[in-house]
Design a protein around this ligand. Structure first.
Ligand code: ZN
Length: 231
């Protein structure tokens, strides 16, 4: 169950390990209008999907190691959804029954590399899928959180940088996951990243990041220099 590259493994908030493998992390871009606007991106007419591999996952409680020599590394704080049942061509009720828990993730992005790839019309994997590109928090069981909407925040050095509210998503969680399941079979242990609200920016060594989900989950981490993953 443990990722051989990064030793990542799913955990519940109380520290109990989850006996589910992380297969893939399916992500959506531009799911909050304010964020699309801040990067001067048009809002897509259907969800903009991409995948981060299991090898990109690291525990969000560990220090964030910035890759070297690849330009700016941006944080994107996102609500993460842990899938507990297989989903293929799923209905809304299939999706609701499959959501095991919620956590927080950082969709780390090499913004300069991504800008270059976007300009060339190339895939984004070099910017989004590198080892360490997906710090993931422990998960809170779905039945322990409000049903109507969820809010989350990111503070850097105790200053508020991002505030997310699932009510502001262009593609709400359940229809989004149903849509994803028409393109990729989702398996137990897969994680969905639901897009970042506005306020993204570059990480710098020495920063302290504090993430919070609904007063139910708090995660603190630090940014350090040097890539521990050899090229
Ligand atoms: Zn993102």
């Amino acid at each position: 169950m443990t990722n051989p590259v990064t030793d990542y493994q799913h955990h519940w908030k109380d520290g109990t390990p989850l006996r589910l493998p992380l297969g893939k992390i399916v992500c959506v871009g531009r799911n909050y209008a304010e964020h699309a606007k801040e990067l001067n991106n048009p809002i897509p007419d259907q969800p903009l999907l991409f995948i981060k591999p299991a090898t990109s996952a690291v525990h969000a409680t560990r220090p964030i190691v910035l890759p070297e020599g690849q330009g700016s590394v941006h944080y994107e704080t996102e609500l993460a959804v842990l899938i507990g049942r297989p989903l293929k061509n799923a209905t809304a009720s299939d999706v609701e029954a499959a959501i095991l828990g919620y956590g927080l993730a950082l969709d780390l992005t090499l913004r300069d590399v991504q800008a270059d790839l976007k300009e060339k019309g190339h895939p984004w994997e070099r910017a989004k899928a590198f080892d360490g590109a997906c710090p993931l928090s422990p998960f809170v069981p779905a039945d322990k959180l409000p049903k109507d909407h969820l809010t989350f925040t990111l503070d850097i050095n105790q200053e508020r940088r991002q505030t997310g509210d699932t009510r502001d998503m262009l593609n709400p969680i359940v229809p989004l996951i149903a849509h994803m399941s028409r393109h990729f079979t989702l398996l137990p242990g897969d994680v969905i990243l639901t897009g970042t609200p506005s306020g993204v920016g570059a990480l710098e060594p020495g920063q302290t990041l504090s993430l919070e989900l609904e007063r139910a989950l708090f995660v603190e981490t630090h940014v350090v220099e040097n890539n521990v993953y050899p090229a």
